[in-house]
Design a binder for this molecule. Structure first.
Ligand SMILES: NC(=O)c1ccc[n+]([C@@H]2O[C@H](COP(=O)([O-])OP(=O)(O)OC[C@H]3O[C@@H](n4cnc5c(N)ncnc54)[C@H](O)[C@@H]3O)[C@@H](O)[C@H]2O)c1
Ligand SMILES: O=C(O)C[C@H](O)C(=O)O
Length: 359
């Protein structure tokens, strides 16, 4: 740090630099007194550097708030193509340790991503009533490709949490981007399916009449309709359901996203529960990256659990991302039938993502 960095004039300059979050961000490490975030991040509590891409959106804003509250985060970069100055100014007033910086538009993507440990991507269009997630493909495929190209260039070793729909296709797109750039590590690319688990836990807890915190339902497959496969035979704590309960729960979990889209009646899809789920998953990733043992979550990842190249199952999160992918475990007849239907649709969605990248 510059010898005069703590003089009154430098202290004011340091604060002023924070008040203009759209000004081009400077690289860390060259010792300027006008690099408040870098100085504080280095001098403050150790932590991870996290970027949210799509930070001004419905998910992005709440997620940014929740990541600012996470004590494992030392630096939080908020990137979007609109409105990041306002979101950044707002979130940066929270008196938690993470230093917040805003980045606006493609010319600032590189600065937003440089040095990041974890990149969370909720950028892209949400559904309206009557649409499937696949209907978002044409808009969101290109957005995900461009953002992942940025990751490959500026933080190739970062772990990526991909939220943008259709997740069943956007994760294969991201994998192709990273393969082309020569930076692909399957362990570091994680499709976020945590909301399916949150819904499953909530709806099962309602049926059982217990606290959702006590319930853990594995949800495997993918993140759209029949590809969302709750394994109700493997609920923890062990319990049993009537055929009617199984039918009700499976349908409700698979249609949870549509339930919200219809209730919002054109104003978008799940944002608050999704931000909660994304923050929970990101926290699990950060704990794994820190070296905590036994961090296990469901995620849609490159996988050999089935014949498909991508599949969601429980994974153990470690320093390098998805360190271990768990098998499906014993399935009952109903789940086996569901798995076959899920695989057929998933296979097409994966192929669609791969084909997009070969055009
Ligand atoms: N994985 C899941 O479980 C899950 C759950 C809910 C929503 N989603 C998906 O998340 C995405 C975002 O949903 P939302 O409700 O926050 O939508 P939103 O429209 O409220 O926000 C999306 C944000 O992305 C930004 N954006 C668009 N193009 C961008 C680009 N090239 N770079 C950076 N940012 C860009 C927009 O400006 C906007 O701020 C949708 O695709 C939605 O379907 C996924
Ligand atoms: O349903 C959607 O379109 C958003 C998201 O995938 C969800 O599950 O809520």
């Amino acid at each position: 740090m510059h010898p005069d960095a703590n003089s009154p004039s430098h202290r004011i300059a340091r604060v002023a630099a924070h008040l203009n979050p759209t000004r081009p961000q400077m690289e860390e490490g060259a010792g300027s007194a006008l690099r408040p975030a870098a100085c504080r991040a280095k001098g403050g509590a150790p932590g991870f550097k996290v970027a949210v891409l799509g930070a001004a959106g419905g998910i992005g804003q709440s997620l940014s708030l929740l990541m600012k509250m996470n004590p494992l985060v030392s630096v939080l970069h908020l990137y979007d193509v609109v409105n990041t100055p306002g979101v950044t100014a707002d979130v940066s007033h929270m008196d938690t340790s993470a230093v917040v910086r805003g980045f606006l538009g493609p010319q600032q993507l590189e600065a937003a991503l440089t040095g990041m440990d974890l990149v969370i991507i909720p950028a892209g269009l949400p559904r309206k009533p009557g649409m499937t997630r696949d209907d978002l493909f044409n808009k969101n495929a290109g957005i995900v490709r461009a953002l992942c190209e940025g990751v490959a260039k500026s933080c190739p070793n970062a772990i990526v949490n991909l939220i943008s729909n259709p997740v069943n296709s956007t994760v294969p797109i991201a994998a192709e981007v990273f393969k082309r750039a020569g930076t692909y590590s399957p362990k570091r690319l994680l499709g976020v399916t945590t909301l399916d688990v949150a819904r499953a836990n909530t709806f099962v807890a309602e049926v059982l009449g217990v606290d959702p915190k006590e319930v853990n339902v594995p949800v495997v497959g993918g993140h759209a309709g029949i590809t969302i496969l709750p394994l109700l035979s493997q609920v923890s704590p062990p319990c049993s359901f009537t055929p009617d309960e199984i039918s009700y729960l499976t349908t409700r979990i698979q249609n949870g996203g549509t339930e919200v889209v219809e209730a919002k009646a054109g104003a978008g899809s799940a944002t608050l529960s999704m931000a909660f789920a994304a923050a929970k998953f990101a926290d699990a990733c950060l704990r794994g990256m820190r070296g905590d043992a036994g961090v296990v979550e469901c995620s849609y990842v490159a996988s050999e659990v089935t014949e498909l190249p991508f599949f969601a199952t429980k994974v153990r999160l470690g320093r390098g991302g998805a360190e271990e992918i768990f098998p499906l475990g014993p399935l009952n007849d109903f789940e086996r039938a569901g798995l076959e239907k899920a695989k057929k649709e998933l296979s097409e969605s994966i192929q669609k993502g791969v084909s997009f990248m070969s055009k």
